[in-house]
Design a protein around this ligand. Structure first.
Ligand code: MG
Length: 501
């Protein structure tokens, strides 16, 4: 082939690729799932054949981070590409009667993709606010349709939350003083309390219908599935319960895996699997206080509620047959990067705000370098007074503050439980995460000018980042109003017990 022919061929090929229909996106987001919980991340008794298949045929990340060690802030970061301090989704999490929620002027992934012609749907655990008359529901944040429970499933009495069979009751306490947990379709309550044993089937049917309908219309689509699994209390319907040796947590994870299998089956049936990027990750580390009914951080330190690796490093898998080469990457990525990556692949327009995410498409498709070299670690209650608790730069992580958490109780490591009170570190604790991912061995700076330089660089990165950080007003600080909690029979009395339909 002459040079001219080669140039023409490449140009034609590029033009064919660029005029191909934009990819579909399926974003799967597990809850309180640890780094060591999946079969493909080394758990010996988890049954996750569908996730393992995605990992074997896709790109598996070893260094992928969420932005908060608890639910709502990570969800805000995932959908906006921004740290939770910029959107106001802090401290802690939102509740059924919370007055605030993800501000409507924030731009979500769905709102980036819709103007590019995408059909959008969400199902599962929203947890970015309900508000007066459902102000903050997904249907007001760029999603055409929604089926799910708008917050955590322990935020109501433990009704219908059992494993089947045997009839194992909740392990611990749910929020008994509030309304029973509702199932919503778009902005309507269709069931209260939700029937958890039939819930995953409802999600599979909803996803299958959305995928097949969009494919029939030849419309690109975005399906977001933030799962209730594997958050406490564990539950599973008949298809998954009692089928594996890991007990209730294993059942819950197996049921999530089954739903993922159903979604993959729908993509195959619709003939779109080769034009769909499926991305799986999770919102925060495992709830170790639930002991064997919580998740497992594998070789990482501590779990949910802490800024150690176990609280915020998560399994992550990108699957796109024929486009993403199967393998494992040690490059860094974050849930912050999903919005810019999807926007880039879809030809969508980025919002005109400060984005903390970077475009990972070259890493996914061409095995290039990740543009991400840093990761910032905010605690569950970020404040301007304390700022960042830790910063990762390349392989190094510096802890400026450390603190244990109730959610990470029960392990033998004395740094993890709530009794490990807030400690400031000057100089910061420095670890090499490539040599020591478990954060066991603090690096000594004495006589090591190269490590002192690393620490100075991290301090500079922290100072520059914090100089640009404008804390949005906390949505959680707006408080709660019990009358806002969703009730299928709004005029009934006495509340909350009468909210049953
Ligand atoms: Mg969570």
């Amino acid at each position: 082939m002459t040079r001219l022919c080669r140039v023409v061929f490449v140009n034609v090929l590029f033009s064919c690729l660029s005029s191909a229909s934009p990819p579909n996106f399926v974003l799967l987001f597990a809850d309180d799932l640890g780094y060591g919980d999946l079969g493909c991340y080394g758990h010996p008794t988890s049954l996750t054949p569908n996730l393992d298949r995605l990992a074997a045929g896709g790109l598996r990340f070893t260094d992928f981070y969420c932005t908060s060690p608890v639910c709502s802030p990570s969800r805000a970061s995932l959908l906006t590409g921004r740290y939770q301090t910029r959107t106001g989704i802090y401290p802690g999490v939102l509740y059924p009667g919370s007055i605030g929620g993800l501000p409507l002027n924030e731009t979500t992934i769905a709102e980036v993709l819709k103007p590019a012609g995408y059909a959008t749907a969400a199902m599962g655990k929203w947890h970015l606010g309900y508000g007066a008359n459902g102000t903050f529901l997904p249907t007001n944040q760029g999603f055409d349709h929604y089926l799910g429970i708008p917050y955590s499933h322990d935020m109501g009495p433990c009704k219908n939350l059992t494993c089947f069979p045997p009839d194992i009751k909740c392990f611990g306490l749910c929020d008994v003083g509030t309304v029973t947990v509702p199932l919503m379709h778009d902005d309507h309550i269709v069931q209260q309390p939700a029937n958890f044993l039939e819930l995953e089937k409802a999600y599979s049917d909803f996803a299958t219908n959305f995928i097949l309908t969009s494919a029939q219309k030849q419309q690109p689509f975005f399906l977001y599935y933030p799962s209730h699994h594997t958050h406490y209390p564990q539950y599973a319907g008949q298809r998954a319960a009692g089928k594996n040796s890991r007990g209730p947590f294993g059942d819950s994870l197996a049921e999530l895996d089954d739903t993922i299998g159903d979604i993959m089956g729908a993509l195959e049936k619709a003939g779109v699997i080769n034009n769909t990027l499926v991305f799986f990750t999770a919102d925060n580390g495992p709830e170790l206080m639930r002991m064997s009914r919580g998740g497992n951080a594998g070789l990482l330190k501590c779990g949910k509620g802490t800024t150690y690796e176990g609280g915020m490093r998560e399994p992550a898998i990108a699957f796109w047959p024929g486009t993403i080469k199967p393998g494992v990457t040690h490059q860094m990525g974050s849930i912050l990067d999903i919005l810019p990556t999807f926007a880039s692949l879809a030809g969508g327009k980025l919002p005109s705000v400060i984005l903390d995410g970077v475009d990972l498409s070259k890493l996914l498709i061409h095995q290039g370098q990740s543009p991400r070299e840093t990761m910032m670690f905010y605690p569950t209650d970020p404040s301007e007074m304390y700022g960042l608790f830790a910063v990762r730069y390349k392989e190094y992580k510096a802890h400026f503050y450390t603190r244990g958490a109730t959610h990470s109780g029960t392990t033998p490591d004395a740094d993890c439980p709530v009794f490990a009170v807030l400690k400031a570190h000057d100089p910061p604790l420095l670890f090499d995460l490539e040599m020591d991912p478990s954060e066991n061995y603090q690096l000594s700076l004495s006589g090591k000018p190269e490590l002192q330089n690393v620490l100075e660089k991290i301090k500079q990165i922290k100072a520059e980042f914090e100089a640009t950080m404008v804390f949005a007003k906390s949505e959680m600080s707006k408080g709660t109003d019990r009358t806002l909690a969703p009730c299928c029979n709004p005029q009934c009395s006495p509340k909350p017990t009468c909210c049953t339909c």
